[in-house]
Design a protein around this ligand. Structure first.
Ligand SMILES: [Fe+2]
Length: 294
């Protein structure tokens, strides 16, 4: 009887292992995954094996008569899988934070070229991730948060290709200069092209200046704008309003919320703005990068 209880404990641990493994697969899809067919097959085989083991545990616990040795092997087998999964998660976290650190440095260089952008990309990244945590479950399940974080941080990477004379122009831009400026999402995609892991976020970056009414940079309308691009657009707009620029003062949170509500439905996604305005001001304030003091 006691042996069956130990095997059943092992089975419960195996259920949690399967759940954690599925979470691991979800986190590693798109980015931080080689995306190769062979890897996908291995991942599915591993999942099938875990389920197969679980069925074995339950069958033995209910109908079998395992000896002490077998009971221990089964129980510690579950513990072993659990330890391996913990190590995999830790490794994933390390890989994620290391690569985002590299991206963060690169973005810092881009922001530094334009005093008006100073800290903007990091600000948008922090707001986007805070916003993501407030989104309903169905939206979250559609978007990989790791991919979203990279896209938010890198959304203006194309500004690397915009001459500093245009970026830092104190007066308003000419039509010709606007044309160059409007190309920065396309340039961003070009810069990211060689990076296989970022293939899926290219369209998010490309369409971050699109509007619901189709009057954005490339005339893409509502249903054709990726959900993640709509999320980044809201964070980008909030950041642009609440950060100081050489040509304008920063505006208050309340004013930013009023403007977001005003442009909801025409420029920004109405349903998403509805969620965004529920985020407490104090939490949004914490998204401002530390080096920005004014
Ligand atoms: Fe942009």
């Amino acid at each position: 009887m006691a042996k069956n209880v130990i095997i059943l404990l092992g089975a419960l641990l195996m259920v949690s292992n399967i759940v954690r493994y599925i979470l691991f697969l979800r986190t590693t899809r798109d980015v931080l995954s080689s995306g190769s067919r062979r890897d996908k097959i291995w991942k599915i085989v591993a999942l099938v094996l875990l389920i197969f083991f679980l069925i074995g545990y339950v069958t033995i616990a209910l109908f079998g008569n395992a000896d002490t040795m077998m009971t221990m092997i089964l129980f510690f087998g579950s513990v072993f899988v659990s330890i391996v999964l913990t190590l995999m998660f830790n490794l994933l976290e390390t890989a994620k934070s290391r690569s985002i650190e590299i991206a963060d440095v690169l973005i810092g260089v881009i922001d530094a070229r334009d005093p008006n952008l100073n800290g903007h990309s990091r600000h948008v990244r922090a707001i986007t991730m805070l916003f993501y945590s407030y989104l309903p479950g169905w939206v979250k399940s559609e978007i990989n948060p790791v991919s979203l974080e990279y896209a938010a941080l890198m959304h203006d990477v194309g500004k690397l290709g915009v001459p500093e004379a245009i970026l830092n122009k104190p007066s308003s831009l000419t039509e010709e200069e606007w044309k160059v400026m409007r190309d920065h999402p396309k340039l961003g995609v070009k810069i990211m092209e060689p990076l296989e892991t970022f293939k899926n976020i290219q369209n998010w970056i490309l369409y971050h200046h699109e509007r619901m009414d189709g009057k954005g940079y490339y005339g893409i309308e509502n249903e054709n704008i990726p959900l993640a691009a709509k999320i980044i657009a809201i964070a980008d707009t909030y950041s642009a309003i609440t950060m100081k620029r050489s040509y304008k003062n920063k505006r208050s949170h309340e004013e930013a919320i009023r403007i977001l509500c005003e442009v909801a439905g025409t420029q920004l996604d109405e349903n998403l703005v509805e969620v965004f305005i529920t985020i407490p001001k104090e939490e949004l304030d914490k998204c401002m990068p530390e080096q920005i003091n004014y």
